[in-house]
Write a protein that binds this ligand. Structure first.
Ligand code: NAD
Length: 279
């Protein structure tokens, strides 16, 4: 795609994306940069996020493109890599302070970083429970709280939180994970109402089965990843898993002016897998 066909909905805006080193977060941060934003991509994995930032910045340098095509598809925004553990409250303060010092504001916050803990209740230790809650849920609360005053002072701000269909329908294999994802939906709704008069919109996205590194790990843990993958694909109404970029498109939509009247809701991106429980 060249810039002639790429929209620039976020030109001049500043975005924070957590978990930007891989999967959905990487695709989202890259897409924001492509559409003109200055993106601060945060990840615990230094190499992953630095690679992602470099790849986004060099997006135009595809050898098969002509010089004109390369110039036209240059990433107009910028992807700045930041290393942090979102489970650590002081890391979160440091990240937000740095963004506010360097960029002066935040327009969009995407709370995407998350881990799964595929343990049923009897195997689930208190440390597992706390880690999943700290990474998946407390980080959302803390990032929202840290960016909120800037949103309020400018009467403008958008938050998109990455939940999951597992927060809508649950699953016996990962009660901690599902609980955090359900809580993200409710937290987003509460903040949407809280922030509405201050010009702040808050929504969540609920991805289904998306083909990312986290999914690879889940499949490996079954002992037969090929069979496990086929079993998932067989139950997908659209006949395949989703791609990280397809979730990113939903996140960018909710963050954009196209969604000016959308707040306090969930966008399910799951290829219809949860559309019906009957058949
Ligand atoms: P992924 O594992 O491919 O990528 C997650 C990224 O987050 C990684 O780069 C990882 O290093 C980073 N991360 C993990 N813990 C972190 C921490 N403590 N601090 C900072 N960064 C951290 O995962 P994904 O599939 O892209 O998932 C992204 C989000 O989407 C997660 O919240 C996940 O729960 C959600 N989700 C994924 C799927 C799916 O099928 N892949 C489905 C529903 C929801």
């Amino acid at each position: 795609m060249t810039t002639s066909s790429v929209r620039q909905r976020f030109a001049g805006q500043v975005a924070i994306v957590t978990g930007a080193g891989a999967g959905i977060g990487r695709a989202t941060a890259t897409a924001f940069a492509r559409e003109g934003a200055l993106v601060y991509g945060i990840d615990i994995d230094r190499h992953a996020v630095e690679r992602a930032a470099q790849a986004a910045t060099c997006e135009q340098a595809k050898p098969e493109q002509t010089a004109v095509e390369q110039a036209m598809s240059a990433t107009p925004g910028r992807f700045v890599a930041m290393i942090a553990d979102v489970a650590n409250p002081s890391d979160i303060s440091t990240c937000v302070e740095r963004v506010l010092t360097e960029a002066g504001r935040v327009d969009v916050l995407v709370n995407n970083a998350g881990i799964n803990m595929g343990k049923r209740l009897v195997e689930l230790e208190i440390g597992d429970w706390e880690r999943v809650f700290d990474v998946n849920l407390r980080s959302v609360y803390l990032f929202c709280k840290a960016t909120w005053p800037n949103f309020v002072s400018r009467h403008k701000g958008v938050i998109v939180n990455v939940s999951s269909v597992m927060g809508q329908v649950g699953g016996v294999g990962s009660p901690a994970y599902c609980s955090t994802k359900a809580a993200i939906i409710m937290l987003s709704r509460c903040l949407a109402k809280d922030g509405a008069r201050d010009g702040i919109r808050v929504n969540s996205v609920c991805p289904g089965y998306i083909d990312t590194p986290i999914m690879e790990r889940v499949l490996r843990e079954t002992g037969d990843p090929v069979k496990a993958r086929q079993a998932i694909v067989d139950k997908m109404p659209l006949g395949r898993m989703g791609a990280a970029e397809e979730v990113a498109l939903g996140i960018l939509f909710l963050a954009s002016g196209d969604a000016e009247y959308i707040s306090g809701t969930e966008l399910t991106i799951d290829g219809a897998v949860t559309a019906t429980q009957i058949d």
